[in-house]
Design a protein around this ligand. Structure first.
Ligand code: CP
Length: 323
């Protein structure tokens, strides 16, 4: 019998099978409860050293990886470009090799360049987890989005999920498309032509040009941040125009033929891609996504460290005080 594992690194959902994605989602389940305890800690990764290497801004991903690591009892170090020797021109590989010389076990990295995580993974022995690389992938975001949909709707396969907004520049969109298609969801994208990658239909997704059509079709909307820096590059005429044409507003949702689940990876631009009444309304699971982010990251770190899925339940049962 082949034992299912993730291999050495988590670089993107494009490279995982349906079974590996389901393994991560299932392994996250017992870890959810750890965060609800008074003492939020299990000894599962005691003795492991994890470096969080963030070359780009992050609130949710960086903090939730750090919580996941601490709740699994790993030793963690945070390295940001600002204040490290990267500022003096040290290369990514030299930085990582110096960290490895201090006997680390894993690196979680966010980097502005697409492919940076793979580049690093091929050059160091430690496990590498992609925390977002340029416009390529953000696999743990895709996984926590799927876990949240499964929590609320009982399944992911067979549901209609539409990803809305700036698809062209979004690593979240790419991880969602790969992951959702693999687990059997119907996937659509909706956004301005100028923010839509050419040939995206070839991945097997439906393309909607009007948000009203997407709302009529979908069970779930995953609303992406409009990357405001793109405005200067002329991708959209104005924020007001974008909200008028593509904004996910309460009025539009009230015309939907069924209740929609609303996701957003954050950070949100209220009144740009999403109406505050929607973001804070009963259909929104945006903060549930953030909560699930910790459990997903605990599951990924646990599995990459060689943890067995059936032992995650047992690990959950272990109190820090008992060991
Ligand atoms: N969703 C997400 O990646 O958010 P951060 O950029 O704050 O990590």
């Amino acid at each position: 019998m082949t034992v299912l594992s993730l291999g050495k690194d988590l670089l993107g959902l494009e490279y995982l099978t349906k079974e590996q994605i389901e393994l991560i989602l299932d392994t996250a389940e017992p870890f959810k409860e750890v965060s609800e305890r008074t003492i939020k800690k299990v000894p599962t990764l005691r003795g492991k050293t994890i470096v969080n290497l963030f070359f780009e801004a992050s609130t949710r991903t960086r903090i939730s990886f750090e919580f996941a690591e601490k709740r699994l009892s790993a030793d963690t170090v945070n390295v940001a470009a600002l204040g490290s020797s990267v500022q003096k021109g040290e290369s990514l590989v030299d930085t990582a090799r110096n960290l490895e010389a201090m006997r680390i076990d894993m690196v979680v990295m966010r980097h502005p360049s697409s492919g940076a995580a793979k580049f690093l993974a091929e050059r160091i022995r430690s496990n590498v987890v992609n925390g977002g690389d340029g416009m390529h992938e953000h696999p743990t975001q895709g996984l926590l989005d799927m876990l949240t949909i499964r929590d609320r709707l009982g399944k992911v396969g067979g549901l209609k999920v539409c990803i809305c907004g700036d698809i062209l520049h979004s690593r979240v969109a790419r991880s969602n498309v790969w992951g959702l298609l693999k687990v059997g969801a119907d996937v659509a994208v909706c956004g301005p032509q100028s923010l839509m990658p050419g040939g995206i239909e070839e991945l097997g997704v439906i393309v909607f040009r009007r948000i009203e059509e997407a709302i009529e079709w979908a069970d779930v909307l995953n609303v992406l941040r409009l990357q405001l820096e793109r405005m200067e590059a002329g991708y959209i005429p104005s924020i007001g125009e974008y909200y008028r044409v593509f904004g996910v507003t309460l009025e539009r949702l009230e015309r939907a033929p069924r209740e929609l689940l609303i996701l957003h990876p954050g950070p949100m631009n209220r009144g740009v891609e999403i109406d505050s009444r929607v973001a804070d309304g009963p259909h929104s699971v945006i903060l549930h996504q953030v909560t699930n982010g910790v459990a997903i990251r605990m599951a990924v770190l646990y599995l990459l460290a060689g943890g067995k899925p059936e032992l995650a339940e047992a690990a959950k049962g272990m109190q820090e005080a008992e060991t």
